[in-house]
Write a protein that binds this ligand. Structure first.
Ligand SMILES: CC(C)(COP(=O)(O)OP(=O)(O)OC[C@H]1O[C@@H](n2cnc3c(N)ncnc32)[C@H](O)[C@@H]1OP(=O)(O)O)[C@@H](O)C(=O)NCCC(=O)NCCS
Length: 226
């Protein structure tokens, strides 16, 4: 287990509603390495919006990834239903193995990646990169002008991912975390918002991909194990 020392933020959540759009859903095959028991066989991976039935799995991911400042089950429940948040889950063979939590504040045009994690057993396979891209897509669909986040100064692996994904450092918060560590602030500009026509096309494509993913995934989610 790692400390929340590597978390995006330790601050409380709670922002006004902005109205919810649908989230693009992706499904693709993943080849599990033999060390994970997959023996090289393909397993369907996907990203979708979290539902109330995902809360227990989200809590398990949170417990496996953060020792302190965890997002509580009650908060996940509220956020999954909130119009001011996108909770996206990464699934492998229908089991939730990671998530990204994006918050929106009405009228600011700023999306905040509040938390972001992948279960230890599934790391270094590109799941975080995919979740980050989906979080950015969600912010684009909300017509945000940028995505911002905070990351511990010593969380160099996440910083490498952010830099490679178009984020740049815009500042630093001193004494930000419970243990007094500093946070670095990162931002990714999103450019001009898409036109209504482009948004409609994106929505149509998302519905198509969603249908494809559901039919390809098959079966009920397996029990999640850390
Ligand atoms: C950070 C975290 C989300 C990365 O998840 P992941 O699925 O293993 O990441 P990916 O496989 O998508 O890796 C994407 C990139 O991140 C960087 N990275 C991820 N893990 C790394 C590590 N252990 N060491 C160095 N770089 C790393 C690399 O640049 C990597 O690209 P590469 O594989 O081409 O080198 C995961 O380690 C985690 O949940 N950590 C605890 C919670 C946390 O820190 N959340 C982020 C808060 S801001």
């Amino acid at each position: 287990m790692v400390s929340r020392a590597v978390g995006c933020s330790s601050h409380a959540v709670g922002v006004p509603d902005t109205g919810a759009d649908s989230i693009a859903v992706a499904a693709e095959p993943e080849s599990e390495p033999p060390s994970n028991g997959g023996g090289g066989r393909d397993q369907t991976v996907a990203i979708r919006r979290a539902s109330p039935t995902d809360i227990a799995a989200l809590v398990r991911v949170e417990a496996a990834c953060f020792a302190t400042d965890r997002v509580a089950a009650r908060s996940f429940s509220r956020l999954v239903a909130a119009a001011s948040a996108d909770v996206l889950v990464r699934t492998v063979a229908d089991a939730v193995i990671g998530y990204a939590l994006v918050l929106y504040r009405d009228g600011t045009g700023v999306a905040r990646l509040y938390s972001f994690a992948v279960a230890p057993a599934h790391r270094r396979r590109g799941h975080a990169r995919a979740l980050l891209a989906a979080a950015v897509d969600a912010a684009v669909k909300r017509r945000c002008r940028c995505v911002r986040l905070e990351v511990r100064v010593d969380n160099v692996e996440s910083q490498a991912l952010y830099a490679a994904s178009g984020f740049r450092q815009i500042g630093r918060y001193r004494d930000y975390y419970e243990d007094h560590a500093d946070a670095l602030r990162f931002e990714k500009p999103l450019g001009p918002p898409p036109s209504a026509a482009a948004t409609a096309l994106l929505d149509a494509a998302a519905v198509h991909r969603c249908s494809t993913g559901l039919s390809a995934g098959g079966g009920r989610a397996a029990p999640w194990t850390a």
